[in-house]
Design a protein around this ligand. Structure first.
Ligand code: SF4
Length: 567
């Protein structure tokens, strides 16, 4: 079945797809940059095609993706999307990349369909939004969704004919997928317990949402050299893995007797990119809460103007900062701001409060007496539409209609009264979801794998479940661990930060090529930071569960007292 659009419908839909205004967007308070029209040559161009440049780079020197962006901006393809939807046609050529600007990924040959990646700012959904996403998954997708490692939601198996309906429905839910793929700022994450965490320094949800809307309303930011991650950590007990982001804002307190007023501030860490084995590092800045979004905007613009446009492998922020040094990067950032950056020694801030591993699974008291948040295990992030609707209903019945997604691919239902906990847990159990703590299975993280990603060497999600089930039977651990399975070196499941990390690869067994993994050990984040080191290469999957059992048993037998898995 195909779909045709008349002119009024097209105009209506243009409003959805061309939502960001054509020129730079409104300047932000405290910021001088007024953006730049993207995908046009620099103003200094001579008119001679051969000498035209984009951000100082000759057109002919741009890498493939930059040329695609230069030819036609990814946010301006709504007419192509409408035509393709009408013909039930998948995008071709450069449009495959441009569709990602709109959150649609054509994932052939893994699946002959498209994947929708939403944006869930701060990883918070209202129940009607979760219901609406279940409708999208049921009506136009494969009948399920995946919680991602950015506390986001993906729906798979969408056909081109339905893609416009999907995007419109998403907007009507108050959500968008704009910029969730390609060279854009990805879903803005926040500590999943923000606002009700008794241990938090400050509720960072308003900042995460402000950052989200700032990006959506500044078209010039849809022209980065490469993807970009931003996270807000509330300083509380539950991790958002902020130090794996390009920019990580960490809430801290500064006490009396310092050179700044006592109170709540943010430290800024830069250049987390764990697939390249690097955590974000403190850059010396101390920001007031209302300075964070402007500084992030300035940092993005500094990156946008100076990042590498010729080599994709060197285009992430890390490589610009490696080339320049942090000092120069901050000097360039300061030029984009109308206020001065404040430097302050990290050691003069109060230390970060402890983080509890798997600390949100199960029942935990909130700030407000008599209320609790309930962490729900979602094995490898997979939710059926029945489970989505069920969680939505239960969040209404027992909470306040709010659902939090976590970067560990699980979810939280907050605001549950003490006397409602038993009933909620029973109803979750009926949905096939549990809230019980388990030291192994609660920390299983897996990327999409070959069920839906063309890069994958292995079936990560299904194999993660097998590994978890096996280890659950065979071993009793007395501390929580995280096991991350990633299907290829792109490391979407961040295998280098797992206590145990598995990276998919093909392994030769006799004449046969079978699915297998390289095994790394000893990763961690936040106060347990560690990049896991490879100990085994090319283990066929059939041997992985037993190998991990052996590793864990050896650890239990041989560890010194209190020795953890971390490097
Ligand atoms: Fe695909 Fe590789 Fe990312 Fe897994 S890590 S989702 S296989 S790109």
């Amino acid at each position: 079945m195909t779909q045709n659009f008349n002119e009024p419908q097209k105009q209506y839909l243009q409003g959805f797809f061309a939502g960001v205004n054509q020129r730079g967007g409104a300047p932000f308070v405290g910021q001088t940059s007024n953006g730049q029209l993207t995908n046009t040559p620099d103003e200094s161009t001579t008119g001679n095609q051969a000498e035209e440049t984009v951000h100082g780079v000759l057109i002919e020197d741009l890498c493939k993706e930059e040329k695609i962006k230069y030819d036609h901006h990814g946010l301006d393809i709504w007419d192509t999307m409408l035509d393709n939807a009408a013909k039930n046609k998948f995008p071709e050529g450069g449009d495959v990349f441009r569709y990602k600007f709109n959150g649609l990924f054509y994932v052939t040959p893994a699946q002959e369909s498209m994947m929708l990646r939403c944006r869930i700012p701060g990883c918070v959904l209202r129940s009607h939004q979760f219901d609406g996403l279940a409708d999208i998954a049921e009506d136009w997708g494969g009948g399920y969704s995946h919680v991602t490692t950015r506390g986001n939601l993906q729906v798979r198996e969408i056909m081109p004919k339905d893609s416009v309906d999907v995007l419109v429905k998403l907007r009507e839910l108050g959500l968008t997928s704009q910029g969730s793929g390609a060279d854009n700022v990805r879903n803005i994450t926040a500590s999943p317990t923000s606002g009700f965490d008794p241990d938090e320094v400050i509720d960072v949800l308003p900042l995460a949402k402000a950052m989200h809307h700032y990006i959506l309303n500044n078209r010039d930011l849809y022209d980065l050299p490469r993807k970009f991650n931003i996270a807000f950590d509330n300083g509380g007990s539950v991790s958002v893995c902020a130090d794996t982001n390009d920019i990580a804002f960490y809430a801290v307190e500064v006490g009396e007797g310092q050179s700044v007023d006592p109170g709540v501030y943010f430290r800024v860490q830069l250049c987390g990119i764990t697939g390249h084995k690097q955590f974000a590092k403190d850059c010396g800045l101390l920001l007031k809460p209302d300075e964070c979004v402007a500084v992030a905007g300035a940092m993005l613009r500094s990156f946008l103007k100076n990042g590498d446009r010729t080599n994709r492998k060197k285009a992430r922020l890390k490589y610009l900062v490696d080339k320049w040094g942090v000092e120069k990067y901050l000097e360039e950032t300061a030029k984009e701001l109308a206020f001065e950056l404040r430097y302050f020694p990290l050691e003069n801030c109060e230390p970060r409060r402890p983080i509890r591993r798997h600390g949100y699974i199960g029942v935990h008291p909130q700030k407000e007496k008599g209320l609790n948040f309930v962490g729900v295990v979602v094995p490898v992030g997979h939710l059926s539409v029945e489970q989505m609707r069920g969680v939505s209903r239960l969040s209404e019945k027992y909470g306040r209609g709010e659902i939090r997604l976590t970067v560990w691919q699980n979810l939280i239902i907050p605001h549950v009264a003490d006397d409602q906990l038993k009933a909620l847990k029973a109803e979750l159990h009926e949905l096939g979801l549990n809230t019980e703590h388990h030291n192994i299975t609660n920390g299983l993280v897996a990327c999409t794998g070959n069920a839906g990603c063309k890069f994958a060497a292995t079936g990560t999600k299904a194999q993660a479940i097998q590994v978890g089930d096996y280890l659950k039977e065979k071993i009793e651990l007395d501390q929580p661990i995280n096991i991350h399975l990633t299907g290829c070196h792109h490391s979407c499941a961040q295998h280098y930060i797992g206590d145990i990390g598995l990276m998919g690869t093909k392994v030769k067994v006799g004449d046969e090529s079978v699915e297998g993994y390289n095994i790394v050990l000893g990763g961690g984040v936040d106060n347990e930071q560690g990049i896991a080191a490879e100990i085994l290469n090319g283990v066929p999957f059939s041997e992985v569960p037993f190998t991990l059992e052996h590793i864990l048993k050896t650890y239990l037998d041989e560890r010194q007292s209190d020795e953890s898995f971390i490097n």
